[in-house]
Design a protein around this ligand. Structure first.
Ligand code: SF4
Length: 567
């Protein structure tokens, strides 16, 4: 065992407030793992709150673990130390249950890395009764966990606050019967998906022909969702400065989004829309005062939150938000953000042209964007961040040009407001690549390939470089492609994750060595009647609605329905 690693854990713990320590004796031992570093994971509210709620049970002790920092991985390997938990530095392999909370596809490979470091076989077929039960929750679990089914025993589909209790009860009742029998019983809990109880058949062209449940497992997995969100307040449970959103007490103001932008998972998979009551949020704001003077509100579209002005008036604290809808920013909110010391605010037009914004159902006008920019920049907030996507369905070079055009118009406002105050700020464009997500109307769409995305980025960067005081940050098309492949992949993609892990994260080589056609998963347009890998998950949105939205998006182009991919 490496003392260096233990000391590092102790140092992190010393700087935390709210850590839960419990005796292990006689309790179900759960290691909740975030498949990225401590710095990233400790800003994740879902992870923090499942840790808290599991520890509310008297029969459970839950401790945290993370992907170690790069230098610590070397130390783990050098000293042959098996991955340890944070609170008691217990070996992860000595826990009864290892629960991953997964929010991003590009973290999938880290799950294998972590299990390897813990000395637990990462392939579920190689694990035995002595190994911990490996379960998974988080956003990725409820949109398409298929690429991970070779590695995970049980997947909790949906919001976790209630389902984890049912899993713990079943674990206690059935553990003596052995994993297989226990999993069969767990499969009967609503929202529980046991991959080994499902067989997948394929057509000659590689698409899925059937998903067959066996041993009494349900045909469809119904996503779990919390009816009364006020019952479970999601807020910072363990406060630390060693994380992305340091110095900030995070509070989730609601779940889901009422807008339904066609590319957005939040707008579909998190339905129905549920807001927390203002008094509950204000109570949490007051609680946060014990830790820090700044509150960060987390939610899909914070400026849509109906009580946001009330919260601004009712709170003496500094507040923070991730980004705002251009058509719902209020003066009260902007003034509060300004008083809170914000120097930059983000709005997300997503597309440059009004035509493309209509296609994606981001129904905000250019006037809305410019009005919001003026409101922000004239309220003592000198900088503006604008989020855009490239590679959206039906996009042309004109739409890319429109990003440049609207940036120029925002720049005019920046100059005008800056001159009045004698302070010139900056505009930052944050550009990401469109990745089609399951359960959204764009789940069938073609994704741009790496070359096309790179070309568009080059074009955009060139255009933006000619505008003073405007900066641009972009994602990397290669990573968007990998994300696309994992996002819409089926079980066979697990082989690719396995190979990429063995090759130290070299996806290109992994694709070559496995011979798997990655384009088939990443960029291919799907037929509307194709059986999709995630088709067994019922998130509560009817396929008819998704098809209607998809067709409406495409026919806004003037395309005939027969020209769509659904032949
Ligand atoms: S993009 Fe924003 S406004 Fe649109 S559905 Fe998603 S969260 Fe809501």
């Amino acid at each position: 065992m490496s003392w260096k690693l233990i000391e590092k854990n102790k140092r992190l713990l010393k700087e935390e407030r709210g850590t839960i320590y419990k005796d292990h004796h006689g309790r179900i031992k759960v290691a909740i793992i975030y498949p990225n570093t401590y710095y990233v994971g400790m800003s994740n509210l879902g992870f923090q709150n499942i840790y808290y709620y599991l520890n509310q049970r008297d029969d459970v002790v839950c401790e945290r673990a993370f992907l170690p920092d790069e230098e610590d991985i070397d130390e783990y390997k050098r000293t042959e130390t098996s991955l340890i938990s944070l609170e008691s530095q217990t070996r992860i392999k000595d826990f009864d249950i290892v629960a991953f909370s997964v929010s991003f596809e590009n973290d999938y490979i880290n799950i294998l890395k972590i299990l390897d470091l813990a000395g637990i076989p990462y392939k579920k077929s190689e694990r035995n009764e002595k190994d911990p039960l490996v379960i998974m929750g988080g956003v990725c679990a409820f949109f398409n966990p298929e690429p991970l089914t070779d590695f995970i025993d049980l997947i909790a589909v949906g919001e976790g606050e209630e389902i984890i209790n049912e899993i713990m009860v079943k674990y206690t009742e059935e553990r003596e019967k052995g994993k297989r029998e226990m999993l069969k019983k767990m499969a009967l809990i609503e929202g529980c998906y046991v991959p080994e109880l499902y067989d997948i058949d394929y057509n000659e062209d590689g698409t899925i022909s059937a998903i067959i449940s066996k041993d009494g497992a349900p045909e469809r997995i119904k996503k779990r969702w919390i009816k009364d969100v006020d019952k479970y307040i999601a807020k910072t449970r363990v406060f630390t400065h060693n994380t992305e959103f340091k110095n900030m007490f995070l509070i989730e103001i609601g779940r889901g989004c009422g807008r339904g932008c066609r590319f957005c998972l939040e707008g579909y998979a998190y339905r129905p829309l549920r807001y927390r009551k203002a008094d509950k949020v204000l109570d949490a704001v007051a609680e946060g005062e014990k830790f820090t003077k700044r509150t960060g509100f987390v939610g899909a579209a914070v400026s849509d939150y109906p009580y946001i002005d009330e919260i601004c008036f009712g709170s003496s604290k500094e507040i923070s938000v991730s980004s705002l809808r251009a058509d719902s920013v209020s003066e009260v909110l902007i003034k509060k953000l300004s008083e809170s010391g914000h120097k930059t605010i983000a709005i997300a037009p997503e597309a440059g042209s009004e035509r493309l914004r209509r296609v994606i159902k981001k129904d905000i006008t250019e006037a809305d964007i410019l009005k919001a920019a003026r409101l922000i920049l004239s309220n003592n907030i000198p900088n503006l961040k604008l989020y855009f996507m490239i590679g959206l369905p039906t996009e042309t070079d004109e739409d890319i040009n429109a990003i440049i055009d609207i940036t120029k118009k925002v720049k005019e406002i920046l100059l005008e407001t800056g001159r009045k105050k004698g302070q010139l700020g900056r505009i930052t464009l944050s550009i990401s690549s469109f990745v089609p997500k399951p359960h959204t109307p764009f789940q069938w769409c073609k994704m741009d390939d790496i070359n096309s995305l790179s070309r568009k980025l080059k074009f955009l960067k060139k255009g933006i470089s000619r505008i003073d005081n405007v900066f641009i940050t972009t994602d990397v098309p290669k990573w968007a492609y990998i994300q696309g492949m994992l996002s819409r992949g089926d079980r066979r993609v697990g082989r690719l994750i396995d190979a990429a892990h063995k090759l130290g994260g070299d996806w290109k080589k992994a694709i070559k060595e496995t011979g798997i056609n990655s384009d088939f998963y990443a960029i291919r347009e799907r037929r509307l009647d194709e059986m999709l890998p995630w088709g067994y998950i019922d998130v509560g949105v009817k396929k008819d609605l998704l098809i209607k939205e998809y067709k409406e998006a495409m026919t806004r182009q003037g395309l005939d329905e027969t020209e769509l991919c659904n032949k």
